[in-house]
Design a protein around this ligand. Structure first.
Ligand code: PGA
Length: 258
């Protein structure tokens, strides 16, 4: 078994108002009163972060994440959220380059790279999302797409800084569709990404970097996926909105390492 500590993150996307976030946490946090052998992360919408932080920051088991961050420190950037704002609420992680940010909001690897560097400069741990569309996979472009996303998003990041980077491999065709990558497809892509990290950095970085799987992770498939050699946790969308189902996914991670 690898020495990488699994990291299981809830990406709430544009769901859970401040009141709903509070109600979720009142049910979820008592399931994990002490620290666990997996890192548990919750990424609420920006407006729900202060309410969620009031419960998450004092907890022993869960860390707070943002779903995005501006690469700019402050100023005339209407609608954006800065590192200083995220620091003040107690953010530890920042999800970057999610496929919805890439496809709906037009973020490219250069934009994402600037954000990755800004999060690292501010002491956050970016959860960098990558993944291919169905068209790209069927067109035989899987490796080319993953390589250009990894190389572009991690340009100028040092091997040392990689200790604070988490990667989330999320095949776009599996996000929110109910279709999960087969264990073979997931393991193959994860091993390939690890190889890319070896090419870009070195063997140590490749071996130490945590690579999450995302795309229709549910209590029913989490155990099988977490058992795969190169899968080090999950980025969970739909199934993270219910405290019981997210709790079961976390339990699958705990059962795997215990
Ligand atoms: P999903 O979303 O679990 O609803 O497929 C995953 C994600 O987009 O991070």
């Amino acid at each position: 078994m690898s020495t990488r500590k699994p990291i299981i993150a809830a990406n709430w996307k544009m769901n859970q108002t401040p009141t709903e976030s509070k109600a979720f946490l009142e049910k979820f946090l008592p399931k994990f009163p002490e620290s666990t052998p997996v890192d548990i992360v919750i990424a609420p919408a920006f407006l729900s972060m202060p309410m969620a932080a009031a419960q998450i920051v004092p907890s022993k088991s869960v860390d707070l994440s943002a779903q995005n961050m501006s690469a700019e420190p402050s100023g005339a950037f209407t609608g954006e959220v800065s590192a200083a704002m995220l620091k003040e609420v107690g953010t530890k992680y920042v999800i970057l380059g999610h496929s919805e940010r890439r496809s709906i909001f037009g973020e490219d690897d250069a934009t994402i790279n600037a954000k990755v560097k800004a999060t690292l400069d501010n002491g956050f741990q970016p959860i960098l999302c990558i993944g291919e569309s169905l068209e790209e996979r069927e067109g035989g472009k899987l490796e080319e797409v993953l390589r250009s996303q990894i190389n572009g998003s991690l340009a100028d990041v040092t091997a040392e800084q990689m200790a604070n980077v988490v990667i989330a491999y999320e095949p776009v065709w599996a996000i929110g569709t109910g279709v999960t990558a087969s264990p073979e497809q997931a393991q193959e892509a994860h091993a390939f990404v690890r190889g890319l990290l070896k090419d870009l950095f070195n063997e140590e970085v490749a071996a130490a970097t945590r690579i999450q799987y995302g795309g229709s992770v549910k209590p029913g498939n989490a155990g099988e996926l977490i058992a795969l050699e190169d899968i080090d946790g999950f980025l969970v969308g739909g199934a993270s909105l219910d405290p019981d189902s997210f709790g079961e996914i976390v339990q699958a991670g705990i059962a795997h390492v215990s």
